[in-house]
Write a protein of this length. Structure first.
Length: 199
């Protein structure tokens, strides 16, 4: 029987499919919004989620460093989420947060979500850190009572979105198309190998 290494078509197809189905990413776009002040332009972050599976009391938290951002406003998330905005520099030096808490098991959510921000930097706003936290039924952040560490389910950084943001289903469809082709290629090579041994 032929050996299938990591470079074989079947393995590459399986890895490609797994990456399409299992990766959790947040793409973002930034657009200028009228109404900013001199030296404090107003921008809108739009977020596109892929690969998230939200359960009750799970929170997605986008972080806005106090050195780069002023006020946050107009936070919007998908239906079924409770949105909160925590302003940068309240208290002094602390980061701001745009948070969305799932009020029930919502499963796959794609967005778009958005929030308006006053930007204090020199260039256009860029990528951010985000966190996924889990709360209990009382609204208390789950953590280790000894160390005080919160139950951080995941963390990552937002990624600039392409000009047209593909739906998550696009990647899945691509995997469905590519996987059978790779399997046919792999089994063709395998049958060639077997027939060659029996000549």
């Amino acid at each position: 029987m032929p050996k299938l290494g990591l470079s074989s078509p079947i393995c590459l197809c399986v890895l490609f499919t797994a990456s399409c189905l299992g990766a959790s990413t947040v793409n973002y776009q930034v657009t200028a919004v009228p109404g900013g002040l001199p030296g404090q332009p107003l921008f809108r972050y739009s977020y596109y989620l892929s690969g998230f599976d939200f359960v009750t009391n799970q929170e997605l938290d986008f972080v806005f460093p106090a050195s780069q951002f002023g006020s946050l406003s107009n936070g919007i998330a998908s239906p079924g989420f409770d949105v909160d905005l925590f302003q940068p520099n309240v208290p002094i030096g602390s980061a701001g947060d745009f948070t969305a808490l799932a009020l029930s098991d919502l499963g796959d959510v794609t967005g778009p979500w958005s929030v308006d921000v006053v930007y204090l930097g020199d260039a256009e706003p860029g990528s951010q850190s985000f966190f996924i936290n889990q709360f209990d039924n009382r609204g208390v952040l789950i953590g280790d009572p000894v160390s005080g560490r919160t139950k951080l389910l995941s963390t990552g950084g937002t990624i600039p979105a392409p000009d047209s943001v593909p739906e998550p289903s696009t990647l899945v469809l691509a995997a469905i198309v590519v996987l059978p082709v790779g399997l046919r290629w792999a089994f063709r090579d395998a049958s060639t190998f077997v027939s060659g041994r029996h000549r």
